[in-house]
Design a protein around this ligand. Structure first.
Ligand code: NAD
Length: 304
């Protein structure tokens, strides 16, 4: 239902549309957490407590905050968390051995390696040591391959959060013209594959795209993930479009902003996510959801 007081525009294909509705990522993330809490309770009735192991190497302050927040979020929904804080000088072989050991630990259902790792540790080598069934960040090559092949598996958290936000708008993705700006392994490519899985028509744009303005202007759904403040101009947005802004950029005065020019885009978009308060809160919520999914699948595999 459009909000009261909404402004309407007409679109030949989509009909009467409300414009300028902001999607509150904190509200949607709270709904996801509530669902996770219920699933945790159902698992508890079967004697299973979902567990997430978080590995933090070195003392990067931002990484410490992220891992701390994830631990608190776990506690809030009844997921047990196992913190592993390791020195930056940790030999890669020992880190890999820890990841493998956690892979065999029946109390651990999800393993999270906080990135970036301090050099010379290689993220790829550590991620490849993960058990794909516990790869709650969806970064292992097997998880990525399963996504590409359309097979069940754990999907990366931020892209899952993007899809969930799109779904709150009620837009039908089947056949919809969608544009993803950014082709990173972490965000752009998996978002494109998840949209494809939902039968959207997907255009994946990047730094060499010839006519970004033209591509965005045709899109009923735009997902921006470039890390360039204001790259997606408000005037490019097709009236009534759903705009999901993944970008996190810091302005000169210290404030955060996204990749989309927010105010001018909001005047044309049907729905738009703010930065901060849009995609950001969804990432941790989807990490919790993935951990419970991994625990449910482990319990089902044991029961089989
Ligand atoms: P990245 O640097 O790995 O990839 C950026 C992508 O943008 C590249 O594929 C590049 O081709 C594209 N790009 C760059 N300039 C462009 C241009 N002029 N036109 C079109 N495309 C262009 O970044 P990433 O890891 O995908 O992250 C993107 C943004 O999303 C960053 O701001 C990051 O901080 C943010 N992010 C947010 C969350 C969250 O939870 N909200 C999670 C992950 C990433």
């Amino acid at each position: 239902m459009p909000l009261r007081g909404s402004v309407y525009i007409r679109d030949t294909r989509l009909g009467k549309l409300a414009v300028g509705q902001t999607i509150d990522g904190k509200v949607v993330a709270a709904a996801v957490r509530a669902e996770v809490r219920e699933r945790v309770m159902r698992l508890a009735a079967r004697g299973v407590v979902p567990g997430l192991a978080a590995i933090l190497v070195g003392d990067d302050p931002a990484s410490r905050v992220y891992v701390g927040n994830k631990g608190k979020a776990c506690a809030d929904v009844g997921i047990r968390s196992f913190g592993h804080r390791l020195p930056a000088a940790m030999p890669e072989g020992e880190l890999v051995a820890l990841v493998r050991r956690l892979g065999r630990d029946p109390e651990v259902h999800g393993i999270l390696v906080q990135l970036p790792l301090p050099p010379p540790l290689r993220a790829a080598a550590v991620i490849e040591a993960l058990t794909p069934e516990k790869d709650v960040d969806g970064l292992h090559p097997v998880s990525q391959g399963r996504l590409l092949a359309g097979q069940p598996g754990l999907r990366p958290c931020t892209p899952l959060g993007v899809l969930r936000l799109i779904d709150t708008t009620g837009i039908a993705l089947v056949g919809a013209r969608t544009v993803v700006v950014g082709r990173s392994v972490l965000v752009g490519k998996p978002v494109a594959l998840l949209l494809l899985e939902r039968h959207a028509t997907v255009t994946l744009c990047h730094s060499r795209t010839a006519d970004l303005a033209g591509e965005v202007a045709r899109a009923e759904v735009v997902v921006a993930a470039t890390g360039h403040a204001g790259l997606v101009r408000g005037e490019w947005i097709r009236p009534g479009a759903v705009v999901i802004d993944v970008g996190i950029n810091r302005r000169a005065e210290g404030k955060l902003c996204g990749d989309v020019e927010f105010e001018p885009a909001r005047e044309r978009a049907g729905f738009i996510t703010p930065v901060p308060g849009g995609v950001g809160p969804m990432t941790v919520a989807m990490l919790l959801a993935n951990t419970v999914t991994a625990a449910e699948q482990a319990a089902a595999a044991r029961a089989a």
